[in-house]
Design a protein around this ligand. Structure first.
Ligand code: NAP
Length: 241
């Protein structure tokens, strides 16, 4: 293993993922920029490198088994291992999206990307993470996935896309199960909520900057060895499941 910390950020070509890559790069880490589109990936890598980050491109479509397997091979070859995985890539599936009107194909692709994609990438990277001295996995979730908040009558989440919301509830549940299975291995796995952030995901209607949205992931990526696992937090602390 390299003495430098190696991280992979999925969906790192723009938005919060790009700022997570920049923030971890500023710590002196080597960053794999996971992105599916070649042009967008190369542009992001160039921009990160110009700003001083040691970034390398990782072709990665989280919905594609072969792409994910190839990404793991590329990281092993180019970086010699992996310490930190940030599962950031996600889609909403578009709006409007209510339970009674949503197209099942929308639900399918949202779950495929936001949940199965996380399982696919995590399990492909696990052999390298298990070999790391301080492995961390960060799953970018959302407070809209909180069943507690969804069922609090006084909380109005507004018009949230239903498949997206449910995919984050699913992701939260899966994260808890990973934390239980990986307990005692040294791998810390947590969910982070970036807050309502101005990105493509919401037509730039969010109120936080992508840099602010990235802060929770950077915090969870840099947890000490005795840090928490199986938790769901935002910048203000615990988010109810
Ligand atoms: P974004 O700007 O839309 O970026 C999403 C990223 O995911 C893009 O790089 C996109 O790549 C990538 N992606 C989508 N599908 C992919 C696939 N199949 N394979 C690989 N990459 C894929 O969104 P964001 O706001 O930064 O969101 C980042 C994370 O924060 C997501 O998990 C989101 O759910 C979460 N979050 C965001 C907010 C918010 O207010 N923005 C709030 C709560 C949680 P392309 O450019 O190729 O599409």
């Amino acid at each position: 293993m390299s003495e430098r910390t190696i991280a992979l950020v999925t969906g790192a070509n723009k938005g919060i993922g790009y700022e997570i890559a920049a923030g971890l790069g500023a710590l002196g880490w080597r960053i794999g920029v996971g992105a599916r589109d070649r042009q967008r990936r190369e542009t992001a890598v160039e921009k990160l490198c110009a700003a001083g980050t040691d970034a390398f491109g990782v072709p990665l479509d989280v919905t594609d088994d072969a792409s994910v397997a190839a990404a793991a091979e590329l990281i092993a070859e180019q970086a010699g291992g992996l310490d930190v995985l940030i599962n950031n890539a996600a889609i909403t599936g578009g709006m409007p999206q209510t339970p009674t009107t949503v197209d099942p194909s929308t639900v399918r692709i949202v779950v495929e990307t936001n949940v199965i994609g996380v399982v696919r990438v995590t399990n492909a990277m696990l052999p390298m993470l298990r070999a790391s001295a301080s492995p961390r996995i960060v799953n970018m979730s959302s407070s809209v996935g909180s069943l507690s908040l969804q069922t609090t009558p006084s909380i109005d989440m507004g018009p949230v896309p239903v498949a997206y919301l449910a995919s984050k509830s699913f992701l939260n549940a899966i994260t808890i199960q990973y934390a239980k299975e990986l307990s005692g291995t040294g791998i810390l796995i947590n969910c982070g909520c970036p807050g309502f952030t101005a990105t493509d995901l919401n037509g730039f209607s969010g109120v936080r900057t992508p840099q602010q949205g990235a802060a929770v992931a950077i915090h969870l990526a840099t947890l000490p060895d005795d840090g928490p696992t199986g938790e769901f937090i935002d910048d203000a602390g615990a988010v109810p499941w």
